[in-house]
Design a protein around this ligand. Structure first.
Ligand code: F0G
Length: 457
């Protein structure tokens, strides 16, 4: 028999307390930090859905591996375990360990970016875009049109628009495009997967023009699970096998090990090109560390090696994707517009649709995120005009979508936590028409969402 209750495929092994707060407490806390959810003390958050990055629970085997870590400066056996685990799924010739994903991005774009260069991606994540732009290069998002439409039910809304990609290559010139990127799953576009068919098509275009294809593979296992579930002919495949095929289509990858590799910290850059690898290793030594540990302790390398074996478990991925959908479907049933289909690691509430009376430049996503915190102590993240609206030339342009992301940390919350989240969201929906926008009081030059302060209008 199939039962409808999704049970977590693990038992709780150690617990971290949640500190209870009242609505009155939370109103004070959020006002005191200028209405920026990143500035809250996490003790004052009940359910922290700010990110799924580094916030997951490690398994007992990972904790055991932590004890096994070898902290030799050079040539540690922990490094061998890590490199083998990475290459088992992503058989790239060179693996360069970094402390997190953006460090890999910084190294890659320092090596290949610069003024006059153009980087296409399905959709750049904010740190990826920032690292491209910091190098002087320009970042372009070429996701398919369906990927920009929150309600469209296309099964692979992370796909690259291959016609647009080829046009882009011809317009900008092959010599000005150092790398083509593909983000799997497409985080900023709603946690949406990319199909194998699309990856093959992008790979073929890259081969035709002799351009290297790099994956931003943070959520590769969730993406591969969606391929197994949704793509014709993939239903009987092992997820690890799908991941290897994805890797075979690319020439390298940047990676945050704080997502699917189930680490609290970590990342890597992997690639086949010997000369580029040598440049990147030298940059690694400047800012991260020696090439056999990069930005990580031996114990972190070991925990990640184990995480990489656990993440491709079908039992885990089935639970993971179903439990994210459980939250999304409950919100939809309650009349709350969310990006569909439901993504892998998060549910994205469509704040533009829920709060049509708040203009983009009064930040409807921020208004909604603040209200979820005040009412229920839930911390989500605005992915809209606050995050993307400020352009390098200083102008402010509304983002295509105004979303609030409720990201689900891996193996961390139970169904009753999620049931509580659903109740809070429904309560906020009831008062949606009364919510007001915000204005920015102060903001930094780049990545303003992390530190800007706001006040209610
Ligand atoms: N690429 C994608 C698609 C990401 O989602 C992230 C991080 C990064 C790169 C950078 O990795 O944080 O290890 O430096 N995303 C987190 C998030 C922060 O909340 O979505 P990092």
């Amino acid at each position: 028999m199939e039962f409808k209750t999704i049970i977590e495929p693990f038992r709780i092994h150690s617990v971290a307390p949640i500190q209870m707060t009242t609505e009155a407490d939370r109103k004070r806390y959020i006002e005191a930090v200028g209405y920026n959810l990143f500035s809250l003390q996490s003790d004052n958050v009940l359910i922290d859905l700010l990110t799924d990055s580094g916030t997951g629970a490690m398994s007992r085997n990972q904790w055991a591996a932590i004890q096994h870590g070898d902290e030799s400066y050079a040539g540690s056996p922990s490094w061998e375990l890590f490199r083998n685990a990475v290459q088992n799924l992503f058989p790239f010739k060179h693996v360069i360990p970094t402390h997190q994903g953006r460090a890999a991005e910084k190294i890659l774009f320092t090596a290949v970016g610069g003024k006059g260069k153009f980087i296409p991606n399905n959709t750049h994540f904010d740190t990826t875009r920032a690292n491209v732009e910091y190098s002087g290069a320009e970042a372009f998002d070429l996701v398919i049109a369906e990927g920009r439409d929150a309600a469209n039910l296309h099964p692979f809304k992370g796909n690259m628009d291959v016609v647009a990609l080829e046009k882009f290559i011809l317009e900008k010139g092959v010599e000005n495009i150092p790398v083509v990127m593909m983000t799997i799953t497409n985080n900023s576009g709603g946690g949406q997967p990319v199909s194998l068919e699309n990856l093959r098509a992008v790979s073929a275009i890259c081969k035709k023009y002799q351009l290297p294809l790099f994956l931003d593979a943070c959520r590769f296992a969730e993406n591969a699970w969606f391929i197994r579930e949704r793509e014709p002919g993939q239903q009987d495949r092992d997820v690890a096998d799908i991941v290897r095929e994805i890797a075979s289509l690319a020439d390298g990858m940047t990676m945050s090990a704080k997502k699917d590799p189930l680490g609290n910290i970590g990342g890597w850059l992997a690639l086949n090109d010997d000369d580029l690898a040598s440049v990147c290793r030298n940059l690694l030594i400047l800012t991260e560390g020696f090439p056999t540990y990069g930005g990580l302790a031996g114990r972190d390398l070991e925990a990640l090696a184990v995480g990489l074996t656990e993440i491709v478990s079908h039992d885990y991925l089935k639970y993971r994707i179903q439990s994210t959908a459980y939250l999304g479907n409950a919100l939809l049933a309650g009349g709350i517009p969310v990006v569909q289909p439901i993504g892998g690691h998060a549910v994205y509430i469509d704040a533009k649709a829920l709060l049509p009376h708040i203009p983009a430049l009064e930040y409807p996503g921020q208004a909604l995120a603040i209200e979820l915190y005040k009412v229920g102590g839930i911390r989500g993240c605005e992915i809209g005009t606050v995050m993307f609206g400020r352009k390098p030339d200083g102008s402010e342009v509304p983002s295509a979508m105004e979303l609030v992301r409720l990201a689900i940390p891996r193996r961390t919350y139970t169904q009753s936590h999620i049931d509580y989240v659903i109740e809070v969201c429904l309560a906020v929906k009831e008062k949606a028409s009364k919510l007001r926008g915000y204005r920015i009081v102060q903001e930094p030059a780049a990545l303003r969402h992390f530190t800007a302060t706001f006040e209610p209008i």
